[in-house]
Design a protein around this ligand. Structure first.
Ligand code: ADE
Length: 265
């Protein structure tokens, strides 16, 4: 069971988005718990204000430290697990989120996401509570809610039970640095385009071989950066196999020379 806590000024947005489809089903079935905490509920300002001008001037407003900190403290006190939680501040100034990070974060019991708005958040509260600065890519959005939802979706599908067995077949695409092969469903002929012959052959070895070739082709063409990583991965794997063979040969030689030199008695 994974507990997500999202600190945000727009709780409806994240709750709506994350209670549909596969993630919604996982919440219903008790594999995930997702709560959105409205930072505005924690402001001590009598007009419910949560932002102010930046010292030193400049464009826009900043979220103030106090409501963010108090919202965080309220979540921390409610948490069941004893260990200090990872607090992820979603920001274009963070490490870029990737599948490997989704896999790692899925092992936690609790994750807190802090969503900024306006021009950002007072640096002092970030220093006190944030453990990870994470971006979803090199572009700027108007707030942290969409990035938090993207990450929560990707992390959730790595949590055991969230995907059915059938769905988790797709889980490891990217693990091998290859894109998915193309897929086809009925009818066999659509707009004059026929499904590749091999897929109708029933020969599973040939189908697997074809799919790997297509995945390689597609990766080379669409993501040359990933393809380079794939080549490197294959090279390392081949090296490892060669080392193991050499070691086995060495051990066999050693065993043979031991029996040869043993005194006959
Ligand atoms: N907030 C605004 N833009 C963002 C991005 N690209 N990643 C994470 N958080 C953001």
């Amino acid at each position: 069971m994974m507990n997500f806590h999202i600190l945000t000024l727009f709780p409806d947005m994240v709750i709506q988005g994350l209670h549909t489809s596969i993630i919604g089903r996982a919440v219903q079935n008790g594999y995930l718990n997702i709560e959105a905490v409205n930072i505005r509920d924690y402001t001590l300002d009598k007009h419910k204000k949560v932002d102010d001008y930046p010292y030193g001037g400049g464009a826009g407003m900043l979220m103030q430290a106090q409501p963010v900190y108090d919202a965080y403290k309220a979540v921390e006190q409610r948490m069941t697990s004893k260990k200090p939680p990872r607090v992820i501040y979603v920001t274009p100034q963070g490490r870029v989120f990737q599948q490997q990070m989704a896999r790692e974060l899925a092992k936690e019991d609790d994750l807190i996401f802090l969503c900024g708005h306006y021009e950002g958040i007072d640096e002092r509260v970030l220093e006190e509570i944030v453990t990870d600065y994470v971006s979803i890519g090199d572009y700027v959005l108007t707030g942290g809610e969409l990035p938090a939802m993207v990450m929560i979706d990707a992390i959730s599908r790595m949590v055991p039970g969230v995907l059915s067995n059938e769905e988790s077949g797709e889980t490891e695409s990217f693990a091998g640095n290859l894109l998915e092969y193309p897929q086809y469903s009925r009818p066999e002929n659509w707009h004059g385009k026929c499904v590749p012959e091999v897929l109708l052959s029933g020969n599973h070895a040939n189908i697997a071989k074809w799919r790997l070739e297509m995945a390689i082709e597609r990766t080379k063409e669409r993501r040359p950066d990933l393809y380079t990583a794939y080549e490197e991965q294959v090279r390392q794997e081949e090296e490892r196999i060669e080392r193991e063979k050499a070691e086995a040969r060495r051990l066999r030689r050693l065993a043979r020379s031991n029996t040869e030199s043993a005194p006959d008695c």
